[in-house]
Design a protein around this ligand. Structure first.
Ligand code: GN1
Ligand code: MG
Length: 349
């Protein structure tokens, strides 16, 4: 099998290897590799259509890794394993780019957040990651996906889908489209943030779901993983995507929207955990914008899902008819529930 050849390049040889599909990401493919000596690794194939220059991911990880080794040697940072040729990424013609990292012993990941304590720990880890890189020269990082969390661009892509997309689907989604158009003020708010020097461009993770944090056996956070989308960005991206994925007891895949709700204690845990990790780095203006982060990211995901539905599911794919429309309606419901609690939740931060 082809994966065996890839593993061989990284110095891991069959037959004593066990290869198991791992995780639930929508974009990259991930496997866990167990060796019979007890060691384990995570192998990932990077989606080449989404990450146009996978070498840039490896470059960023190298740069950050050597900075942290000097400035924060106690910070736990998972580096790529080198190939026999000394590269930290391996290209296979017709297959794409692969990278391998050691699996951290006695660590586990969490697919669905179970307690506010876990949300606190996750938020603290994402905050800490940005904190230890506070003085890192952020402009040296490569942008692995240009405009990834640029809400203005995502809104424009949504408008573009209405011009060129599937007409039947546009008619079907009329109500949701109108609602999303009404919420355009969020784009204006986002633009104002971009023009406000009190919002620092930081090293942010951009994919802060709970499964991207490693926990130890006592459910304390160890570190963050999956650094593909680490880029210059705003803290609102990281707290916002945590809110998007932790506040409700059900995920973006849930079809029964009556189960979607905003849990106050998880909101509090995210804010407090992130502040603890950041150790006072946030400006006053940033501290006042936690709630906006949640809005931007949920709104953006709703726009991305509905645009993809209208564009015939070219980006996210679809496991059943109407899948991306369900996801979009789910995120719209989540945003509605969040906005209902605006006054109360803003008072928490
Ligand atoms: C994608 O692949 P995964 O699940 O980590 C997407 C995120 C979305 C998420 C929604 C590179 O992340 O931005 O929030 O799906 N990543 C990319 O489930 O587009
Ligand atoms: Mg990811």
């Amino acid at each position: 099998m082809m994966l065996k050849n890839v593993l061989q390049e990284f110095g891991l040889t069959a037959p004593e290897l066990e290869v198991i599909p791992f995780g639930s990401g929508l974009i990259n493919h991930t496997w866990k590799i167990n060796q019979n000596n007890g060691k384990a690794y995570i192998l990932q194939r990077i989606n080449h259509n989404v990450f146009k220059a996978p070498q840039d991911i490896a470059y960023n990880i190298r740069l950050i890794g050597s900075y942290l080794a000097k400035q924060y040697p106690e910070y736990f940072f998972v580096r790529n394993v080198f190939t026999n040729k000394g590269d930290d990424i391996h290209f296979v013609e017709g297959e794409g780019y692969f990278r391998l990292v050691p699996f951290v012993k006695q660590s586990h990941t969490v697919d669905v957040v179970q307690t506010p304590g876990q949300a606190f720990e996750a938020a603290r880890q994402f905050g800490r990651f940005t904190h230890v890189l506070n003085d890192f020269p952020v402009s040296q990082l490569k942008v692995t996906i240009p405009d990834f969390h640029n809400l203005t661009l995502r809104y424009n892509q949504f408008i573009q889908s209405l011009q060129n997309g599937n007409k039947e689907r546009i008619t079907e989604a009329q109500e949701e489209i109108a609602w999303l158009e009404q919420k355009h003020y969020m784009v204006e708010r986002f633009e104002a943030m971009k023009n406000n020097p009190d919002f620092k461009i930081r090293v942010t993770h951009h994919d802060t779901k709970i499964s991207n944090v490693l926990f130890d056996e006592n459910d304390k956070g160890i570190c963050v993983i999956d650094l593909d989308t680490v880029m210059p960005g705003y803290f609102t991206s990281d707290v916002g995507d945590m809110m998007r994925t932790c506040l409700s007891p059900v995920s973006e895949e849930e079809k029964d929207f009556s189960k979607i709700e905003i849990r106050n204690e998880y909101y509090k845990a995210i804010v407090q955990g992130y502040l603890a990790g950041m150790e006072g780095d946030l400006s006053e203006a940033e501290c006042k914008s936690f709630f906006d982060g949640g809005c931007y990211l949920i709104y953006m995901q709703a726009l991305r899902f509905i645009a993809d539905y209208i564009n015939n599911d070219v980006y996210y794919g679809s496991k059943y008819p109407g899948h991306n429309f369900v996801r979009a309606k789910n995120q719209i419901t989540l945003l509605k529930r969040l906005l209902e609690k605006e006054e109360m939740l803003r008072a928490i931060a």
